[in-house]
Ligand binder design. Structure first.
Ligand code: SF4
Length: 394
């Protein structure tokens, strides 16, 4: 491993990615569990030596249980890796990162589905110019200049981008890689690609009941008009999950929770755990510029949002109650601060969500200055979101 410098992202011999953030500590992304952790600054050297296999022992047992999953210990031995602030969240004040921890790159605006609540609809389906090969290279360079610990390839659905391979190759080993997909066009060729480049996959599934999932995540008009065989979106997501299991690709499932599917949560959790999901991410539907009316129907006003959040937490607790074990971590993201995220649109513009998409830097939209990046994006909720601090309420 190269010398550890402030903010540079390195892959250790164990396969985990690290970034040293002075004043915060050591940030770690595991491509095996798909989770992000922060380690106390004073433990940096022993943790790095352990992750780089220079010593066999982590500083404490909490590190082994959280960072050691699937290379030092099995998922079963780890139990539920609740701590994302290591060794123990009691000893932390709220962490703040000076540089983005995670950047979402929408490499295409195309998608086979037309989910009514879609958070990205205002950047999709021709509303932003699709990138060509040289623009993909330029955007990747720009993203990497901020040293994100993780880049999420998203969209639209990145599987329908002509430049998926190129984008992955450009980022490979320079940052942790996650790919978000609805799974509708997931094929065997993708398994090879993800295996080769160590991509962690997150598949969207809102309900195991096909009728309900299809209502929330319908197949797009274009496909239904072309007499193509239309799969149920539950069927296609489950088929993608099975492909990942077969191909030994680590994966998680993402569920957008709304009033239509909240009661399905306990039974869906049971099935995902049995299928081998590495973790389950439940996101409360996000209000955006393009889904305002539908959002109101689903969640209501501010009071409705709070009530909804309480119900979701209750459902997740009941999932744990029924299941009787804590082997599969569940991340719950309330999305009450949509400007926690940093998005890169298909045309390379950096933005965040604030009632609608807003540029991070009006003067230099494709290469925002770090000094103004967090004026519009919220630095604290950005760190809380990716370090999974909301789930402490579980
Ligand atoms: S699958 Fe994702 S990107 Fe596609 S329409 Fe649905 S929410 Fe939007």
């Amino acid at each position: 491993m190269a010398r550890l410098k402030a903010y540079s992202v390195l892959q250790t011999k164990s396969g985990l990615f690290i970034r040293k953030d002075p004043g915060l500590g050591l940030l770690v992304f595991s491509p095996y569990s798909g989770l992000i952790f922060a380690c106390k600054e004073s433990d940096t050297i022993p943790v790095v030596n352990w992750l780089d296999k220079k010593t066999q022992n982590p500083p404490t047992h909490e590190y082994l249980k959280s960072l050691g999953i699937d290379w030092a210990i099995s998922t079963e031995e780890a139990k539920y890796p609740k701590e994302h602030l290591l060794p123990n969240s009691d000893r932390w004040s709220v962490p703040n990162a000076q540089k983005p921890i995670l950047i979402n790159w929408l490499i295409t605006g195309n998608c086979p589905l037309e989910c009514k609540y879609c958070y990205a609809e205002d950047l999709m389906r021709g509303k932003r110019k699709e990138p060509n090969e040289s623009e993909i290279c330029r955007i990747a360079k720009s993203i990497l200049s901020y040293n994100p610990l993780v880049v999420v390839l998203t969209g639209g659905d990145p599987l329908v981008s002509l430049h998926l391979n190129l984008a992955i190759q450009l980022l490979y080993k320079k940052t942790g890689l996650i790919l978000d997909t609805c799974g509708y066009t997931f094929a065997d060729k993708h398994l090879k690609l993800f295996k080769k480049y160590g991509v962690f996959v997150r598949i969207s599934l809102d309900s195991e009941i096909p009728r309900r999932n299809d209502k929330l995540r319908p197949v797009g008009q274009k496909r239904t008009n072309h007499n193509q065989k239309i799969l149920s979106t539950t069927e296609s997501a489950v088929s993608a999950l099975n492909k990942c299991i077969r191909g030994h690709i680590p994966f998680a499932v993402q569920t957008v929770s709304t009033t239509l599917n909240r009661s399905d949560i306990p039974s869906l959790g049971d099935k995902l755990y049995r299928m081998g999901a590495k973790y389950w991410r439940i996101l409360v539907v996000t209000p955006t510029g393009s889904n305002k009316e539908y959002y109101k129907q689903l969640i209501g006003d501010k009071r409705g949002q709070r009530r909804f959040w309480d119900i979701i937490l209750k459902q997740v607790r009941s999932y744990y109650g029924n299941n009787g074990n804590r082997d599969m971590p569940v991340e719950v993201t309330p999305n009450s601060h949509p400007n926690a995220v940093i998005l890169v649109a298909p045309d390379g513009v950096f933005c965040t969500e604030y009632k609608e998409k807003v540029l991070l830097d009006d003067k230099v939209p494709k290469k925002p200055r770090l000094s103004v990046m967090f004026d519009k994006a919220n630095r604290q909720t950005h760190a809380e979101r990716y370090l999974n601090l909301f789930s402490d309420k579980l």
